[in-house]
Design a protein around this ligand. Structure first.
Ligand SMILES: Nc1nc2c(c(=O)[nH]1)N[C@H]1C(S)=C(S)[C@@H](COP(=O)(O)OP(=O)(O)OC[C@H]3O[C@@H](n4cnc5c(=O)[nH]c(N)nc54)[C@H](O)[C@@H]3O)O[C@H]1N2
Ligand SMILES: Nc1nc2c(c(=O)[nH]1)N[C@H]1C(S)=C(S)[C@@H](COP(=O)(O)OP(=O)(O)OC[C@H]3O[C@@H](n4cnc5c(=O)[nH]c(N)nc54)[C@H](O)[C@@H]3O)O[C@H]1N2
Ligand code: SF4
Ligand SMILES: [Mo]
Length: 694
């Protein structure tokens, strides 16, 4: 019998709405949810490979307990009770001796995040880490410094934009299906797109204007753009007068940074910078300077992100059609959000976060997410206190935190490492116990609250029964909590009961999701009144170009520009990124995706390669101060000579994932663990490497 289920994809964290067809307990078809504007049947290659993930017999099929040395890959299958008892006993001993704060949970923020946070709060640990800082921590801080909102509380109206600028936001390869479709619709309607990247990505090939910028110098470009926009009065004066704090300071600051100066730093011709400033200002306020995620990860990233947001403010594009907007929640429609377990009363936690986020030592990064890259340092130095146990829930610190060798040393100090995963990831392979979660097609999940111009709720609905001896993540955490005596904070016996609990008081029930996979609180998009109704949450109630958040913490709003040094002879700045066929570190062993993209290569400029005696397809040795590896060279004129590029996510070590084993090199082995000490993001693109024939 065929059945149709509306659900949410989880081949990456975008969680696109999907429609799934199953017959006799087998998934036959997945497509974008046709009822959701912007999806209408579309999926990306990874979404389509959800079926291959489901039927992949190299997934983790049962709880596994390590028998040999950590990382040696010797395992035995265990029953759930045995594995959970072992974890419960160890955690109890650790908590008794060292306190709940010695337990850390690191995850990819997800639908069950409120359950993960509840787990830690119940044992009095402040050490919850999401992936957020690694992805966009400095973007988050920059948004708070200007608007008082996090980036997660903001969105972009791609569909109605007239002009969009992407700083290494490789939107047509690093995909969110709805964003791609909406932007394509805008381009078909005549919108213009500028793309800036030291490398010709697929997005570059679709742009009206492409600038091969010197890596790391986007900030210089932006200061020159602001310079021109102010000098020629191209900004939205009414908007700026009404809503901006610190305009005068900005004016004085950018005076020195003219386009001729920027040309020397960036390699982008001065006249093109001037022309572009004039062009885009004609389309204001329906423009987007995309604040990005991963384009330029440097130790001063906070200032780049702020400069991008400042350009938006000058165009009046904040809270504008075709620009950036603040997401509206159920409250804006007189509705109620789904309940979360974290709203309970918990025992008080005395300890500070072990990464010190939100303390005077590291004041600005968002403590709601933490900074995972600090964790190896905190463990190794026992600063501010010893950490004893680490639970990785849908997150791989060995591939997603720079300097994997250092991270391994830190893990070696722990008494307990647990992974909740679906795959034999590098962290699963390095754990003491692996607990397999049911895959997204085999489980229902917590409610997805989708704030935006139109607030909605979505539901991930189980399509088929689990194929292996796996459990839902929310049940795994509850069962560990039961063993620690904190089970009272988990008032459910199945994920279905938890979802019903969440929906109480919202006016919606599970049945309301059956027809289309989602429910909406209202009908029309909500924009605030730009004349009188913008609700910035900064102390001044305005867009703070001169930022009280930064200055109260002792940082400058406008520090002078520091020139970016070119790499020394035969060295290159290592930059990394994603590709349409893979999700970070998760999908390299997927049968279909592995087939279409089996390994990563090192992009290197053709002239530089010739100097080194390297030809296309040759194996080269790439080495940094912390690691090295052998990788195939992709010799091309399509990359700036100061840079080499590789895909993130390869170099898997788990022998049970045979397709991805030892294919390519992991960027995390090469990158130094350095970071933006103000904004909180890692500086993944500030490592220099040497390249030589292998
Ligand atoms: N297929 C796929 N899609 C995804 C994901 C995925 O894993 N796979 N992950 C999702 C997530 S979590 C994220 S964060 C986003 C990431 O989406 P993006 O931010 O678009 O990230 P990347 O793919 O890392 O692309 C980074 C680009 O920045 C360029 N770059 C490097 N240095 C510089 C520089 O100095 N200046 C400029 N202007 N550019 C530079 C690199 O060459 C690269 O092309 O993608 C999301 N979508
Ligand atoms: N070196 C380096 N590090 C990076 C980046 C980089 O470019 N280079 N990019 C950063 C960015 S932008 C991001 S967003 C983060 C992402 O960092 P991660 O969250 O670590 O990466 P993912 O590949 O999304 O997923 C991690 C794990 O989730 C598992 N998984 C997948 N589906 C499920 C599931 O349904 N249940 C469970 N329990 N597990 C599942 C996968 O098998 C994998 O082991 O990495 C950051 N770290
Ligand atoms: S972008 Fe692709 S992989 Fe990610 S949720 Fe959407 S369809 Fe799935
Ligand atoms: Mo990300």
């Amino acid at each position: 019998m065929e059945k149709e289920v509306f659900s949410l994809c989880h081949m990456c964290s975008v969680r696109c709405p999907i429609r799934v067809l199953a017959e006799d307990g087998q998934v036959k078809w997945i497509e974008g949810n046709p009822h959701v504007p912007g999806m209408e049947g579309s999926l990306c290659p990874r979404g389509a490979a959800g079926i291959n993930m489901l039927y992949d017999d190299e997934r983790v099929q049962a709880p596994m307990i390590r028998v040999g040395e950590r990382g040696s890959g010797q395992w035995r299958k265990a029953s759930w009770d045995e594995a959970l008892d072992l974890i419960g006993d160890k955690l109890k001993t650790i908590i008794d001796e060292h306190g709940g704060h010695s337990v850390v949970l690191g995850e990819r923020a997800q639908l069950a995040t409120h359950v993960s946070k509840t787990f830690l709060k119940a044992i009095k640990s402040p050490n919850y880490f999401s992936h957020d800082a690694l992805c966009k921590g400095s973007v988050n801080t920059a948004c708070r410094s200007l608007f008082g909102y996090t980036d997660g509380q903001m969105g972009m109206d791609y569909k109605n934009t007239k002009n969009i600028v992407l700083y290494g936001r490789n939107i047509f390869e690093s995909i969110s299906v709805k964003e791609v479709n909406n932007l394509m619709a805008a381009l078909e309607n005549g919108a213009k797109m500028t793309y800036i990247d030291p490398r010709v990505s697929i997005t570059a090939t679709k742009a009206h204007r492409y600038w091969m910028i010197r890596p790391g110098t986007d900030l210089a470009l932006n200061y020159a753009l602001i310079h021109v926009i102010l000098k020629e009065r191209l900004y939205d004066a009414a908007y700026v007068n009404k809503w901006v704090e610190g305009f005068k300071e900005l004016q004085e600051f950018v005076n020195a940074y003219n386009p001729e100066w920027a040309e020397k730093e960036t390699g982008i011709p001065a006249n093109e910078i001037v022309d572009f400033a004039r062009e885009i200002s004609k389309d204001k306020p329906n423009v987007i300077f995309h604040f990005g995620y991963r384009g330029a990860h440097h130790v001063n990233e906070i200032y780049l992100r702020r400069s991008i947001l400042i350009l938006n403010a000058l165009m009046g594009s904040i809270e504008s059609k075709g620009g950036l907007f603040f997401k509206k929640g159920p409250g804006d429609e007189g509705g109620k959000a789904a309940r979360k377990l974290v709203s309970q009363d918990f025992p008080k936690t005395e300890a500070i976060r072990c990464d010190k986020a939100g303390t005077p030592d590291f004041p600005l990064p968002d403590p709601a997410h933490g900074c995972p890259q600090i964790l190896p340092y905190a463990i190794l130095n026992e600063d501010p206190y010893p950490i004893k146990a680490y639970i990785a829930f849908r997150f791989d610190p060995l591939m997603s935190i720079a300097d994997a060798n250092q991270t391994k040393k830190a893990l070696d100090k722990l008494d307990l490492v647990v992974s909740i995963d679906i795959n034999y990831s590098n962290i699963a392979w390095y754990s003491d116990v692996i607990l397999p979660e049911s895959s997204f097609l085999e489980r229902t999940d917590c409610i997805q609250q989708m704030n935006g111009l139109k607030p909605q709720m979505f539901l991930r609905e189980k399509v088929v029964d689990p194929r292996y001896d796996t459990k839902d993540g929310v049940m795994i955490l509850k069962e560990i909590a039961n063993r620690l005596g904190t089970g009272e904070f988990f008032p459910y016996d199945s994920v279905d009961e938890l979802v019903d609990w969440q929906l109480k008081g919202t006016g919606f029930t599970r049945d309301d999701f059956k027809k289309k996979g989602f429910v909406a609180y209202g009908k029309s998009p909500i924009f605030w009144d730009r004349e009188n109704g913008l609700k910035f949450k900064t102390p001044s109630g305005k867009i703070e170009m001169k930022s009280s958040l930064l200055e109260d913490a002792g940082f400058s709003s406008f520090p002078s520009y520091e020139p970016v040094p070119a790499p020394e002879d035969n060295r290159f700045r290592l930059v990394v990124g994603r590709v349409a066929q893979h999700t970070h570190v998760s999908t390299q062993n997927n049968p279909y995706l592995n087939h279409i993209c089996p390994e990563n290569e090192l992009w290197i400029n053709d002239k530089k390669a010739a100097e080194l005696g390297v030809s296309n397809g040759d194996k080269v040795k790439v080495a940094s101060s912390v690691g090295n590896g052998i990788i195939k060279a992709k010799v091309t004129e399509l990359i700036h000579p100061e840079t080499v590029f590789m895909l993130h996510g390869f170099g898997h070590e788990a022998k049970y994932g045979t397709r991805a084993l030892d294919k390519g090199v992991s960027d995390a082995e090469l990158q130094e663990n350095i970071y933006d000490k103000i904004g909180g993001s890692p500086a993944y693109h500030d490592t220099f490497v040497s390249v030589e024939p292998a």
